[in-house]
Design a protein around this ligand. Structure first.
Ligand code: NAP
Length: 548
């Protein structure tokens, strides 16, 4: 894992006092700082990296791009910003998204309140003072009334769980923290482990450079061509002229994939009520649109296995059409879990890459990688010699980044202990016993099943309003009641159980991390109903919260 680089900055070891500490300078942290500053509060972001952007700062691997259209995956809080900024492509690539994050930072003059190259190591609640004592790896100590965990859902990379990596003499790279200067694979024998979104985006580009690429696949994924391309002036103008309407549709949807340039209908009925011909036409339409729109067609896809199988088989047939070697095509076809219950991927030439003579697919489902050796790794007793290994092995999602900080609430109870059997939150925003600690897009909220920038905006607005409420009502703290939290967790689990998501081994249920409790992490009830619930809670004087 990357450590925070040494800092030359002068460290004040006396306890500093702020209204709020924000952890993380991704899209949530930046907007949180903007809001709190606008309310006249003193707030500072602490960030491990040397720059802003969070996930888009770290994940610089070749091919990294957003798979939600950029006109949707962008801030909505500033109408001026919406009009000023133009995206060059339908799906912006990582460098452009990072430029956008930097533009926002400078446009709203946020940088002066961000402490870079600094990792928060602990946050401890002082019950007497009702304040958080936050400590950094440089020994800085900050006392703050509010502590906002804008730490990201996919920001703690998974530890390698294959033995012997220390023996391997070649180069290793992790998609989750890619070198800033890039990597040249020319003439190299490269191995990629992992075929989730990061692997699927990077494999075609690595294959173009490498002498030989070997992909080690445990579970194949469903992937749809992104069909990325330049945004024309006409498209830009159309979006900008209709941004308010676009945002309205986005907010009032369960998943937010409503079409960027052209509206795309969502939840159009049940797959099993349509004829095979109608279904085929609908799936073709969405396949040709590109991106993730197969997710949002029929409303029974994620509750009815038979309905799901219709779209799953549609995608498998597309894979079979694209990949010349039938044996390789079958290996690439996901067959043992429903479509979309592992995060759907969007790609550019992913399946076509396996038609190259210089690319080999190795199935490690039945025979896992045994170990790394000095020259490469072994599978089923065979050694694969590799100059470079790329790990696209994913993240300890939604709880990993929080657990990397020693967070202690009332009575010194650690968050890790409280959540030992799975995360416990009320609305995914707060957890009982940890007053004034807010989590953006936390477990128990729609988070990763919605648009991360807009979902974070919604949470930041809710948090800012709650802080405002405390000031207006002359109170110091807010935290959920144990009862409200339990009811919410039961609801999140019940909604999850009604879907096919809980049946699949994915990071949505923590199944990718050995020993992690199997619990549905995001809320599957949809963004729009979730927002209504949050609004109702506020309207009922923060129902389910203790205010003191
Ligand atoms: P991921 O989806 O969790 O994929 C990790 C891959 O590594 C899986 O194929 C997994 O296999 C494999 N793996 C893990 N440990 C392994 C082991 N010990 N041996 C063999 N294979 C192993 O991670 P990701 O690709 O980084 O994506 C994570 C999430 O980030 C995505 O789902 C998405 O939400 C987000 N993301 C989005 C974008 C985008 O917007 N374009 C891009 C990248 C990531 P198993 O499936 O068998 O566990």
């Amino acid at each position: 894992m990357p450590e925070a680089p040494d800092t030359q900055q002068q460290i004040d070891t006396a306890v500093q006092s702020l209204d709020a500490v924000i952890i993380g300078a991704g899209f949530a942290g930046l907007y949180m700082l903007y809001r709190l500053r606008g309310m006249g509060l003193s707030a500072r972001i602490y960030e491990t990296g040397t720059g802003v952007g969070g996930t888009w700062y770290w994940n610089r691997y070749p091919g990294a791009a957003c798979d939600v259209e950029s006109v949707l995956y962008s801030y909505s809080f500033s109408k001026e910003l919406e009009q000023e900024w133009s995206w060059s492509e339908r799906y912006a690539r990582q460098p452009e998204i990072l430029r956008y994050a930097n533009h926002v930072t400078d446009r709203f003059d946020l940088r002066k309140d961000i402490r870079f190259k600094t990792r928060v190591v602990s946050a401890v609640f002082d019950e007497t003072e009702a304040r958080w004592l936050v400590t950094t790896n440089h020994g800085e100590r900050i006392s703050a009334r509010y502590c906002i965990m804008a730490t990201g859902c996919l920001s703690a990379p998974k530890q390698i769980d294959i033995p012997g990596l220390e023996q391997y003499r070649g180069e290793t790279y992790f998609t989750a923290y890619w070198p800033h200067d890039g990597v040249d694979f020319t003439g190299k024998r490269v191995g990629v482990i992992g075929t989730g979104s990061s692997g699927i985006q990077s494999i075609p580009i690595i294959a173009e450079q490498a002498k030989h690429l070997t992909v080690f696949q445990r579970t194949p994924n469903y992937s749809i061509p992104a069909r990325n391309g330049p945004m024309t002036d006409e498209q830009q103008n159309k979006v900008k002229a209709n941004y308010a309407e676009l945002r309205h549709r986005q907010y009032n949807d369960w998943i937010g994939l409503v079409g960027g340039i052209e509206p795309v209908p969502t939840k159009i009925g049940n797959a099993l009520d349509a004829t095979p011909e109608e279904r085929q036409a609908e799936y073709e339409y969405r396949w040709n649109l590109g991106g993730l729109y197969l997710y949002t067609s029929y409303q029974d896809l994620f509750s009815n296995p038979e309905a799901n199988e219709t779209v799953a088989e549609f995608v498998r047939d597309k894979i079979r059409e694209k990949v010349r070697d039938p044996a390789v095509a079958e290996l690439l076809c996901p067959k043992d879990y429903p479509f979309g219950t592992k995060r759907l991927c969007a790609d550019t030439n992913y399946y076509e890459t396996y038609n190259r003579d210089s690319v080999t697919l190795v199935d490690i489902k039945t025979t896992p990688i045994e170990k790394f050796t000095t020259k490469g790794l072994t599978v089923a007793g065979k050694e694969y010699e590799l100059d470079t290994i790329v790990f696209a092995t994913g993240f300890d999602a939604m709880t990993g980044a929080l657990f990397n900080i020693d967070i202690r609430g009332r009575g010194g109870v650690s968050l890790k202990d409280k959540w030992a059997a799975g995360p416990y939150t009320y609305l995914g925003l707060m957890t009982a016993g940890f007053p004034n600690m807010f989590i953006t897009t936390g477990p128990g909220s729609p988070s990763v099943l919605y648009n991360m920038i807009i979902g974070n905006e919604m949470h930041v607005n809710w948090i800012a309003d709650a802080i405002d409420y405390l000031a207006a009502t002359n109170r110091r703290t807010i935290e959920p009641t144990v009862e409200a939290e339990k009811q919410w967790v039961d609801h999140v689990n019940a909604v999850g159980e009604d879907t096919l998501f809980v049946k699949t081994n994915s990071w949505y249920v923590g199944a990718n991390i050995p020993g992690k409790p199997r619990v549905i992490l995001p809320y599957l009830g949809g963004f729009e109903p979730y927002c209504k619930r949050c609004d109702e809670v506020v309207a009922k004087d923060y129902e389910g919260f203790v205010k003191a």
